[in-house]
Ligand binder design. Structure first.
Ligand code: SF4
Length: 380
């Protein structure tokens, strides 16, 4: 399904495309640069604020472009350093953006490092067994303008006064919305927009092999995270339906191609689920894969998923799995979750709001009391 807004988001424009539109009005091309400066440097949300533009031009901009396609409708605070924002789009759809704040090591007096986790689709068609985003299926792709607007809207939040890293790990499978995603990242990377370095952007995928190979050829030098969650096909099949289409024997060579083309480590995400993929045998085959591809491994102890009997492994079992990877010489991180008390895993807050649960729970002091961490973390 494709949504056609009344006016296109201005956030999809580039200097070339906007200059072309302005030339049709006999406006000088430097006006495009002025508009972008207002949007990305001054963070203006309306042409009314663009005081160095002639009034007729401001009126034309207002009439022809949407400057606020995403409206924040709900923000949560968590007891740790995570904040989740729900934004409503012009067609009424809800998307989630997560702000993660982390202290800079060794620089106590400096501001925390801010990472934004953004969504690329409304819902998701891929149905990973641990993920809330796929529970209601796929509704539509976000346009490039909506993805950029999502970032700009999140940056209005006082918790995100700076942007250090962008992870495309929110609702939706990013590589299933490839063209819009890349167009958006190019804009965010451009010096006339945010100027965020490509190496500060990470795309996380469930493993769409042809798109990984296309991404490997992109000049935009982004980082890649691949959700593995099983180090054999038999185990991965249980967790990720996409493994039937792109099993490990096709996925892993694509990962290797990406790593070689970009000349650095990619990351494998691996949710630890008790009795499903947390055995030492799984750790050993994961170590073999990670060594072969020269990948870092992120281990994420799972949250219980509503409707599924899956449980988080004991701390001892998490540590044994981690130790096995370490002892095989693999670079590995055992993640501490952030934001479990605000339903920070992708898709949870949206589901709570759509089910009418979030407002009640927020009034009671946070979604912890409503649904807690009942749904799983989203790591494609
Ligand atoms: S983990 Fe990602 S790809 Fe899998 S269902 Fe959730 S949003 Fe879709």
């Amino acid at each position: 399904m494709k949504f056609q807004p009344d006016k296109p988001p201005v956030f999809a424009e580039t200097p070339e495309s906007l200059a072309l539109r302005l030339a049709q009005r006999n406006e000088p091309s430097f006006r495009a640069g002025q508009v972008f400066k207002w949007i990305y440097k001054e963070r203006a949300r309306s042409p009314d604020q663009m005081t160095n533009l002639p009034r007729p031009l401001r009126e034309w901009l207002s009439a022809n472009f949407d400057f606020a396609p995403n409206t924040p409708v709900l923000g949560t605070d968590s007891s740790d350093v995570t904040r989740k924002i729900l934004q409503r789009l012009r067609d009424g759809s809800l998307i989630e953006t997560v702000i993660l704040r982390a202290p800079r090591t060794g620089k106590d007096n400096e501001k925390a490092r801010t990472t934004l986790c953004v969504s690329t689709q409304i819902g998701c068609a891929y149905g990973c067994r641990f993920c809330a985003s796929g529970l209601k299926g796929w509704k539509r792709d976000l346009s490039a303008g909506e993805i950029v607007a999502q970032v700009m809207s999140a940056l209005e939040n006082k918790a995100a006064d700076t942007l250090d890293n962008l992870v495309v790990m929110g609702m939706g499978e990013p590589l299933a919305n490839y063209d819009n995603l890349i167009a958006a990242l190019r804009i965010l990377n451009a010096p006339w927009a945010l100027g965020l370095g490509a190496r500060r952007m990470t795309i996380s995928t469930s493993g769409i092999v042809p798109k990984i190979l296309t991404l490997a050829e992109e000049p935009l030098d982004v980082r890649l995270a691949v959700s593995l969650h099983g180090s054999t096909n038999a185990v991965r099949d249980k967790i990720m339906p996409i493994n039937k289409q792109y099993p490990l024997e096709t996925l892993l060579p694509a990962c290797k191609t990406f790593a070689e083309k970009h000349g650095r480590m990619l990351t494998f995400e691996f949710i630890l689920i008790a009795g499903v993929n947390d055995s030492i045998d799984q750790a050993r085959s994961l170590a073999k894969i990670a060594r072969e591809i020269h990948a870092h491994v992120n281990l994420i102890p799972c949250n219980p998923v509503a409707g599924l009997p899956w449980k988080r492994p004991s701390i001892a079992r998490q540590q044994a799995f981690t130790h096995e990877l370490h002892s095989c010489g693999i670079s590995v991180t055992l993640r501490r979750e952030k934001g479990t008390d605000i339903a920070a895993a992708c898709g949870q807050l949206r589901l709570q709001v759509e089910n009418g649960e979030a407002n009640q729970s927020l009034q009671r002091g946070g979604p912890k009391s409503a649904q807690g961490n009942a749904l799983g973390y989203h790591y494609h």
